[in-house]
Design a binder for this molecule. Sequence first.
Ligand code: ADP
Length: 358
Amino acid sequence: MSLDKEFYKNIMDNLPEGMAVCDSDRNIIDVNKNFERLTGFSKEDLLSKNISAFIKSTKTGCDNCSQEVSLLDDYKSKSYYIGELIDKDDRLTCVRINFSIIKDDKVIYLIIPLADVAFLNRAHIDFVSTVSHELRTPLTSIKGFADTLLGSGDRLSDDQQKRFLGIIKSQVDRLTRLVEDLLTVSKLESKKDKLIYKAIELPKFFENIVYSIQLKAKEHQIEVKIMPNLPPVWADSDKFEQIITNLVDNAIKYSNAGTKVLIEAKFVGENADFMEINVKDQGVGISEEHISKIFTKFSRIDNPLTRQVEGTGLGLYITKSLVENMGGKISVTSNNEGSTFSLMLPVATYEKPTQRKF
Ligand code: ADP
C-alpha cells in the first residue's frame, strides 16, 4: 500500500463516525471500520451495494420540515439528514447523516448514531442549566433587596438602606464576574481569541501583578523567587497575567489571613525549553478525590473557605485552557498544609520571534 493510501485508510479507520464513500450513483466504493461495525456487514459485503440499502426513510434535519425524503433527493441544498441505519439483523438505529460531495460527484457519508449526538446535547443542556442557576441566584437577591428598598425604604434606617445597597452592589459585581468568565469560556471554546506571543521578563511582570494583588490582600504576604539568569517566558502577556492572577487570587482566597503565598520560577531537570512556575500557598488544601475535578467547569469544592469567598468555579477551567493554548501544562499537588499549582511554560529563545507557531 502506498504511503498516501495508508495515511487515508488510517484516518478513515480512526474516525468515531461510520464513513462510506460512494460513486455518483451512490454505490459504495469504500467504508471504514466503524461503518462495518454499525451495519454488521464486512467491507466485502458492502462494496458495490447502493447506500440506500443501509440508510432508509430519511427526514430532513436542517429545518423544521419533517416530510419524508429519499436519501438521494435534493442533497445539494442540505447538509445533513436525520435517518435510520439498517443493520444485518434488520435492526434500525436512528442516525444523523452528514455528507459532502467530492471530486467526480463522489459522495462521502458520515453516519453518527443519535445516542452520540444526544450525549453532546446533554452536555450543552447541563451547561445552560448550570449557567441559568448561577445567574438566577444573584438576580433573585438583587430583586429582593431592590423591592424592599422601593416598598419600605422610608421605614428603614440609613444604615439598613446602606447595607441593602451594599448587598445589591456586591451581587452586581458577582454577576459581572460571572458574565466576564462566561465570555472568556465562550471565546476559548470557539478558539476566537488570537494569541500574541512575546518574550516576557519575569521580574518586572511579577512585580506589577504582586503590587495590584497586594493592594486587595493586605493580610497575606506574597513573595517572589526567580532563579538567577532565568530567560524570559514566551507567552501572550494578557493571558499570562490572567493565569498568574487567577492562581494567586485562589491561593489567597483559600488560605487564612497571615499566611504566605510564594511564586517561584525556575528550571527543573535538564529541560531548558520549558520553565516551571509554582504558586504555593499554606491554605486549606484540596483532597485527593477532588483534585481531578477542580479544572472542570463550575466545580467549587466544598470547604469552610469556599462558603465564605465568592467564585464562579470557572477560574481554573479558564486557567488550564489558557496554559494549554500557549503550549504549556498545569498540575497541582496538595495536602492539608497547602497547595502548589505548577505551570510548565515555554522559554523565549532567540529564534522564537521569527517562528509563526511552535
Ligand atoms: P472559584 O471561582 O470557585 O475559585 P476555581 O475554578 O478557581 O473557582 O477553583 C475551583 C475550586 O478549586 C474552588 O472552588 C476551590 O474549592 C478549589 N481551589 C482552587 N484553588 C485552590 C487553592 N489554592 N487551595 C484550595 N482549594 C482551591
